[in-house]
Design a binder for this molecule. Structure first.
Ligand SMILES: NC(=O)c1ccc[n+]([C@@H]2O[C@H](COP(=O)([O-])OP(=O)(O)OC[C@H]3O[C@@H](n4cnc5c(N)ncnc54)[C@H](O)[C@@H]3O)[C@@H](O)[C@H]2O)c1
Length: 446
């Protein structure tokens, strides 16, 4: 089942539990606006037009589908002078609770269905976290590693030129995602500001020097740690004294590992694309960070032994943290999972079949729409700081993040109790109910 089907299925189950009427259910599922790619052929007449302007080194086409812009193609000159075309998407799912919010990813396999699912997930996630946003997601189909810095800058600026009137501080606020980073956000901010004046709050995840928030880099991993702490406490356990297995050692995984280590948790196995390692006595995470920051690969780390990557997710442990890809827990490996708790730090790591198997086995799964919400919560803090023209200290950012994560967990628990459901449905019903209420209050349900 793909991400869109799985997300829509969870939404429908939540809508049924909440007793939403079918008209409202349908209207909550349909994206507000989708911006997709135009076929390359549509660009040809433009490219050969005698009226072509000199700045045709950056051509984009926006085509309209129905009343909404539907397709964007970005063509840029590469450093060698040849033209290259890339396709871009932005799905704006819902804005009943506030401006839409979601990442922009640069990846060769960016696909409209997945972007749609992730936009929808953002709507429920921002509602679960109680930040005043809706959901969106976007991306450009490209391999960022194959593009030079100046090509990436041109591509980002062209994409921004084409969507600048569809995003905005109070409309839709992009953030970094796979293949994009704070520099990408700096380019979007700069390009957008050429049209609309100085607008730092149009994107989050910016460099600190341009209005980024202290604590944003660690926020998702820190939120994962707070979520883990809250869940374990429910079962009379704590991070200290528990064992952890972590898949992914990028932004989320490495911060989660460091913070769990600091809290006395024992990270006994860990893997990324460069290798998978284990140490029964606990991996020295700060030493591993140093090794990685010096360019070392996981498999060459001296403080652990190399293991087979396929054994990582089914390794004995108390808590499993998938912090890499979607769909990694499936019907093939779910029966062999030995963890008692799974914290979904990655987006959509558990497919619905695995979810059922894990539930039957009694494994407690903390869902992604809550577990990895720390990033969007601190993005919200960044936006607030930009609008206020004021910078918070990191301590305040972390303290507020803790409050938001704890409060969301208590609200999910209350929903689990009132709806007699598991944590995933508790989170979905919490998010969907908040969006449904806002939709009805605004008179949009018809
Ligand atoms: N960064 C955020 O703020 C944020 C917020 C919410 C959700 N997420 C989600 O968390 C996940 C990780 O995001 P990130 O920002 O840490 O990405 P990242 O690119 O920084 O790190 C990804 C990590 O996954 C590893 N990886 C990739 N393929 C793998 C494989 N087959 N086996 C093992 N490891 C593999 C990579 O080596 C890397 O260590 C994604 O699903 C992302 O959508 C991230």
């Amino acid at each position: 089942m793909n991400a869109l089907a799985a997300t829509s299925r969870n939404f429908r189950q939540a809508a049924r539990l909440l007793g939403l009427d079918s008209k409202l259910e349908k209207s909550l599922l349909i994206p507000f606006r989708e911006i997709k790619v135009a076929p390359r052929s549509l660009l040809s007449p433009l490219l050969s037009s005698p009226r072509r302007r000199p700045e045709l080194d950056s051509v984009c086409l926006l085509s309209i589908s129905g009343s909404f812009p539907s397709q964007v193609e970005c063509t840029i000159p590469k450093d060698d002078g040849t033209l290259a075309s890339f396709v871009g998407f932005r799905v704006q799912h819902d804005n009943a609770r506030g401006p839409m919010k979601g990442g922009i990813r640069y990846h060769p396999e960016v696909d409209p269905d997945e972007v749609n699912a992730l936009a929808q997930l953002m709507t429920w996630k921002t509602a679960v976290a109680a930040v005043p946003y809706g959901g969106a997601k976007g991306g450009i189909g490209c391999s960022p590693g194959d593009l030079s810095r100046s090509e990436l800058e041109r591509l980002t600026r062209v994409f921004t030129q084409k969507i600048h009137d569809l995003i905005g501080t109070h409309t839709d606020i992009p953030a970094p995602d796979m293949g994009t980073n704070s520099q990408t956000m700096a380019w979007i901010f700069d390009e957008y500001s050429k049209f609309h004046g100085h607008s730092p709050a149009v994107v989050t995840g910016k460099p600190i020097d341009l209005g980024g928030s202290l604590g944003r880099d660690a926020a998702t991993g820190r939120g994962v740690m707070y979520a883990t702490e809250a869940l374990l406490a429910e079962y009379g356990k704590s991070i200290s004294g528990s064992t952890f297995v972590i898949q992914g050692f990028g932004n989320v995984g490495s911060w989660a590992a460091q913070l769990i280590h600091e809290k006395g948790g024992k990270v006994i196995a860990l893997g990324d694309v460069s290798g998978t390692i284990r140490n029964k006595a606990g991996i020295d995470v700060p030493a591993l960070m140093k090794h990685r920051n010096e360019g070392g690969q996981l498999k060459d780390f001296h403080g652990a032994e190399v293991m087979d990557a396929s054994e990582l997710l089914v390794h004995e442990c108390d808590v499993l943290l998938p912090c890499a890809l979607g769909g990694v827990l499936n019907r093939e490996n779910a029966p062999d999972v030995k963890a008692k708790f799974i914290i979904e730090a990655a987006n959509h790591p558990t497919d619905p079949e695995a979810d059922e198997i894990l539930t039957k086995k009694g494994v407690v799964v903390l869902p992604d729409i809550y577990a990895n919400a720390g990033g969007v919560i601190v993005s919200y803090f960044e936006w607030v700081q930009n609008i206020q023209g004021f910078m918070w200290e990191e301590e305040k950012v972390n303290m507020e993040l803790h409050k938001y994560m704890n409060s969301a967990f208590q609200n999910i628990k209350a929903m689990c109790k009132s709806q007699d459901c598991n944590l995933r449905m508790g989170a979905f019903t919490l998010g969907v109910n908040r969006v449904a209420r806002a939709t009805i209050l605004r008179g949009w349900e018809a």
